[in-house]
Design a binder for this molecule. Structure first.
Ligand SMILES: Cc1cc2nc3c(=O)[nH]c(=O)nc-3n(C[C@H](O)[C@H](O)[C@H](O)COP(=O)(O)OP(=O)(O)OC[C@H]3O[C@@H](n4cnc5c(N)ncnc54)[C@H](O)[C@@H]3O)c2cc1C
Ligand SMILES: *[C@@H]1O[C@H](CO)[C@@H](O)[C@H](O)[C@H]1NC(C)=O
Ligand SMILES: *[C@@H]1O[C@H](CO)[C@@H](O)[C@H](O)[C@H]1NC(C)=O
Ligand SMILES: *[C@@H]1O[C@H](CO)[C@@H](O)[C@H](O)[C@H]1NC(C)=O
Ligand SMILES: *[C@@H]1O[C@H](CO)[C@@H](O)[C@H](O)[C@H]1NC(C)=O
Ligand SMILES: *[C@@H]1O[C@H](CO)[C@@H](O)[C@H](O)[C@H]1NC(C)=O
Length: 487
């Protein structure tokens, strides 16, 4: 009997070596590591548990998101990734793709199979004529901001040190500059992508409107990105930093926050407000941002007037701002993110968030909880109207989404299940509070969402189009061999 035509085309496209293994399909991950080592150029390398590179390649912000892979691979060229993908596809070997390693969901960028670390895609190339920048997909935002500083330009990117370019951009991307320039995906002009077939392609609005739409928020469902091209914007010295208040100042901070979310219309602003229980203490933290060396009088005055435990708000570089927040305090611990999307900030919602913080802080702290944080991230409605074309996320730009971030950090593995249950219960509770207030948004932010969240919750009416595109570019479902939110 003849194999079906699709299989013949597949075998032709993956080449003879891989086709053989496709037929046996009994290849162990270790064999796959060997096959990869044999085909890649000298620009790429395969590492095993004794190598220091292996440790780096498997490292994650949250240790609970990490796994020990069979081997790690540091590809050095897009063409090598093409060969690697063909081997992974034909042997059906589970693999992971890691950018900055900041996703908190276990298995989203980790695996017991083949770990791909994008670390060698580490170039930042500024094009003065087009005012765009090519960014390697293995970079963290710190490096991008640092490399663009001499040109007095920057990009719409992450707000905390160590966050990867790739994961943030493939999920949507909220920035201090989102009010002014939209989501990070709105600044992308091109992707260099290794398709699930192994083919390397540049994807733009012109070259492939569908795939360009899908990659901006649709995660790792469409292939492996090697390079992002983004629009840059002039980057002055900025103003901002972090303030930590005692929990007793919670009412005063909330009053300032409610005024800010109600009255502020200045697009150069950015703000995050976190109600947290940290090491047994209730605290409130705010991160303030203005995209000039000083903010106009009024906007942030109320926050600055409240007595604080510590504060480091000042005029500084954009890079120094993202490195001033103490987000790395919980690096290396166990952790989970969860989220509720809301369309307004109300006193009932902030009151409920503070109650969640205190309630679960008191309940879990004696044992293992290091931090729980409930973060309000208000954006202006205009933030969602800065993009030039539709993106996978957010599906409905008429909705003014404020993506609440819920973060649990702990140390004892025995509490993994309790923390997961708590995150789920607390998320549900706050969803109900928001729904009762009539402020529950329809779309959740994938980069903050707990694993297991149905994809309809992120993509709404875009889901059918995304599934169609995925079917076209990945007919053999190669990308289901890697973790993440799968279409
Ligand atoms: C401390 C902290 C601060 C944060 N701050 C922000 C913020 O300011 N704004 C915001 O929007 N989000 C923020 N996030 C969320 C962040 O966007 C996600 O955690 C994101 O997944 C991180 O990307 P990464 O590259 O570091 O993660 P990784 O774990 O390396 O990757 C995340 C996902 O992307 C996939 N992926 C990685 N590289 C590629 C590639 N080259 N091709 C295809 N798929 C790939 C992975 O397979 C994985 O599924 C923050 C998270 C943390 C922990
Ligand atoms: C990976 O292996 C190392 C060394 O054996 C071990 O210390 C570590 O706990 C392992 N990590 C995971 C996530 O299993
Ligand atoms: C960047 O700005 C600084 C300070 O205003 C200025 O001295 C420098 O010449 C500028 N660099 C470029 C490349 O424009
Ligand atoms: C309320 O917000 C407006 C707009 O940002 C600002 O001008 C004003 O000073 C704020 N008032 C208080 C009391 O914070
Ligand atoms: C800035 O202030 C925050 C909050 O008070 C603090 O946690 C952080 O460590 C400070 N950062 C620096 C670089 O001093
Ligand atoms: C506080 O939160 C807990 C857990 O969600 C809930 O059971 C309780 O009813 C809340 N209390 C108030 C006053 O909202």
């Amino acid at each position: 009997m003849l194999p079906p035509p699709a299989l013949l085309i597949w075998i032709a496209s993956v080449g003879l070596l891989q086709a053989e293994s496709a037929i046996t399909s009994q290849t162990s991950p270790l064999d796959t590591c060997g096959l990869i080592a044999n085909v890649v150029s000298d620009n790429s390398a395969v590492f095993f548990p004794d190598d220091s590179e292996y440790v780096d390649d498997n490292a994650h912000f949250a240790v609970s998101a990490a796994k020990n892979s069979t081997c790690s691979v540091e590809p050095g060229t897009a063409a090598d990734i093409g060969s690697i993908v063909k081997i992974l596809a034909s042997t059906r070997t589970p693999f992971a793709i890691k950018g900055g390693g900041h996703n908190l969901n276990p298995g989203f960028s980790s695996t017991s199979g083949v770990q791909l670390s994008m670390a060698r895609f580490n170039q930042v190339i500024f094009h003065a004529e087009s005012q765009t920048v090519d960014i390697g997909s293995g970079l963290v935002w710190d490096q991008v901001y640092a490399d663009l500083e001499p040109y007095n330009v920057s990009v719409v990117g992450g707000r905390a040190t160590g966050v990867g370019v790739a994961g943030l951009l493939l999920g949507g991307g909220y920035s201090y500059k989102t009010n002014q320039y939209g989501l990070a995906v709105d600044s992308i002009t091109a992707f260099e992508l290794v398709l699930p077939s192994g083919k390397v392609q540049t994807i733009t609005q012109k070259s492939d409107q569908d795939l360009f739409f899908a990659l901006r928020g649709g995660g790792n469902n469409f292939g492996i990105v090697t390079k992002f091209t983004m629009k840059t914007h002039p980057q002055p010295t900025v103003w901002g930093g972090s303030i930590t208040y005692a929990g007793a100042q919670g009412d005063a901070v909330t009053t300032a926050l409610l005024n800010y979310t109600e009255k502020n219309t200045d697009p150069q602003t950015g703000l995050q407000c976190t109600y947290a229980s940290f090491g047994g203490q209730d605290i409130v933290m705010v991160n303030l941002f203005y995209n000039e060396p000083a903010p106009p009088a009024g906007i942030f005055d109320a926050f600055l007037a409240i007595p604080a435990i510590s504060s480091n708000v000042s005029a500084r570089s954009y890079l120094s701002l993202i490195q001033s927040a103490n987000t790395d305090l919980t690096a290396g611990m166990r952790g989970l993110y969860s989220t509720v999307s809301h369309t307004a900030v109300t006193l009932s919602l902030t009151t409920a968030m503070r109650n969640e913080t205190n309630f679960y802080g008191a309940l879990l702290q004696p044992d293992t909880l290091v931090l729980n944080g409930y973060v309000i991230e208000p954006f202006l409605p205009d933030a969602y109207h800065r993009g030039l074309s539709p993106t996978a996320y957010p599906p409905d730009r008429s909705e003014n989404i404020h993506p609440m971030n819920i973060y649990y950090a702990w140390t004892d593995t025995n509490f993994d299940e309790v923390m997961l249950k708590t995150s789920r219960a607390s998320t549900r509770h706050l969803q109900n509070v928001a729904a009762a207030e009539g402020i529950l948004a329809s779309a959740m932010y994938p980069n903050y969402a707990l694993f297991g969240t149905p994809l309809e919750r992120f993509y709404g009416e875009n889901i059918d189009r995304l599934r169609e595109i995925k079917g076209r570019v990945d007919p053999f479902d190669v990308m289901s061999l890697t973790g993440g939110f799968k279409l």
